[in-house]
Design a protein around this ligand. Sequence first.
Ligand SMILES: Cc1cc2nc3c(=O)[nH]c(=O)nc-3n(C[C@H](O)[C@H](O)[C@H](O)COP(=O)(O)OP(=O)(O)OC[C@H]3O[C@@H](n4cnc5c(N)ncnc54)[C@H](O)[C@@H]3O)c2cc1C
Length: 345
Amino acid sequence: MKKKDIIVIGAGPVGLFTVFEAGLLGLNCVLIDNLDKPGGQCAELYPEKPIYDIPGVPFQTGQEHVDALLKQIEPFDYELFLSQRVDSLSEINDGDERFWEVVTTENEKFISKNIFIAAGAGSFEARRPPNIEDPDKFINNGVTYAVRSIAQYKDKNIFIFGGGDSALDWTVELSKVAKSVSLVHRRDAFRGAQHTEEMMRDLVKKGDVNLLTPYLIDSIIGEQKVTEVTLKNFETNEINSYEADELIFLFGLNKKLGPILEWDIELSGKKITVNTENFQTNKEGIFAVGDINDYPGKLDLILSGFHETTLAVQEAYKRIHPGERVPFGYTTSNSKLQEKLGVKK
Ligand SMILES: Cc1cc2nc3c(=O)[nH]c(=O)nc-3n(C[C@H](O)[C@H](O)[C@H](O)COP(=O)(O)OP(=O)(O)OC[C@H]3O[C@@H](n4cnc5c(N)ncnc54)[C@H](O)[C@@H]3O)c2cc1C
């Protein structure tokens, strides 16, 4: 069992930035994530999409943002445990002191006075096409639920399924590299940004994108790899088959709070209620930061999560060093940090 200053559940951008703020105050962290890589939604859902609203950074893709955060926390004391979900959270006594204990699905155990739930939308899972039995049989062999690398789609026959922003964005982007792109949706109306829809429809007019509405998937054909797909016309019930290399299903995510529901923490719908002074939940020492929390005026933005966790770390410090003033200093004059970074004066 490892004792840490802060246990962070979720290694999305907000969890990663927690390490930075904790490090400035000399606190160590452990980060646990059920995904196989750090970065949360940025790395899993939109690694190659540009983010424009990180202050002072005019443009950064999701993955570049994660890489920058990982670089930023390099000087600090933290450990990262991946591919395991935090399943249980309980209060324990250690001598005279009260601690929180977390146990993961890989049976790793940690204790700490401070738990930061930075679990975003909870453990998330891409929605599968409802009428196809075991589409995951072809996973990464022609079936995916997120675009990880544009290069993978070069000169391929691609079918994108969905009617939201992701489906529209990737139709436009991948039409630049693919052999052919077909956008398949059950109706000829889209929920995404109007501007992107217009771009998609222009590409259809130019013959660079095939728009297949009102269609839905009927079957996936292939041995080891996808070679064909059959689609059903919603109006005529006619079924046609098409040569296909890659099927990208962008039906959104099922957000599952999962174990968090069992931790007896006050919820507001599917989010965790916090006070905005220190982002603590109704349980002392349990904080909720980033997309997972809710309070009046909450915005699910990365920069909001950065603010929240900065204040929460201050409270965590007070819980570890009761009665002490939380040291405050600008990073511009933090000589210890500059030393670690090898900054020459
Ligand atoms: C397509 C898209 C575009 C976006 N564009 C922008 C943008 O331009 N600007 C912006 O500010 N925001 C944008 N966002 C929103 C932004 O990505 C989120 O606000 C941000 O990722 C929230 O960070 P987080 O760390 O709170 O949570 P997340 O990024 O969701 O990370 C949470 C992590 O916690 C893990 N987790 C959950 N439960 C457990 C558990 N029990 N055990 C272990 N791990 C667990 C999950 O696996 C996940 O990795 C966008 C989102 C999407 C989907």
